[in-house]
Design a protein around this ligand. Sequence first.
Ligand code: PGA
Length: 250
Amino acid sequence: MTREKLLAANWKLNLPAEGIGAYCSAMRGRPNAGFDLVLAPPAPFLELLVRESKEAGEGFAVGAQNSSQHDSGAFTGEVSARMIAGLGARYAIVGHSERRTIFGENDEAVGLKLAKASDAGLVPIFCVGESQETRDAGNTLDWLHRQVTTAMAVAARSFPRLVVAYEPIWAIGTGRNAKNPEIREAHQAIAGLVAPLVPADCRLSILYGGSVKADNAAEIASLEEVDGFLVGGASLVSSSFLAIWGAMRG
Ligand code: PGA
């Protein structure tokens, strides 16, 4: 297993206030930092973002925020991993806590989505993380164990490249990021869980997500267990997203 840095923006059901064109222009001309920067827009904007990324000389990659566990058929409202890959996107967020808690995705569904993303050649950004209640009860590591091992057993795929995002639910969109000892413990546990489930030459990234901002990114990125970030709110303005990128570059 080798570890690889990565920085991803999850715009959720939002677009950057400055507009997509201006945002993508701001992404151009960055020096190559040797790691991928991924933008995940709402699905109707994937194609536009792929076009923009080509104009940016592949200066960033494009990811979907969700992809179906089905390939085709009577599944109203779904978008398949193959369709997403066909547009030129390279990543897909799978199992985000908002998909799990608001849209009822369970570990089995997340596992099927991991499988379909992998079959389509997409790199999954596989999200896991505990609620406040689970943390308070001291069950965080058991929770992560179940989320990682159940979904990966259902997926039953060999992942040559895998991104896992540790996103404690209580830290998402709250302005209250997890502290370094909590992040280190979770990331070490995730690395230990994933290691026997992926090939020896798997390229793995373990990201932290949850209220990452320009002013806390450097401190969190100083942990050797952290390969990068999945950023929601602070990714909606190019300057704050680029400041996080700068903190990761060191
Ligand atoms: P946040 O969201 O950065 O706004 O906390 C992170 C996420 O949900 O991926």
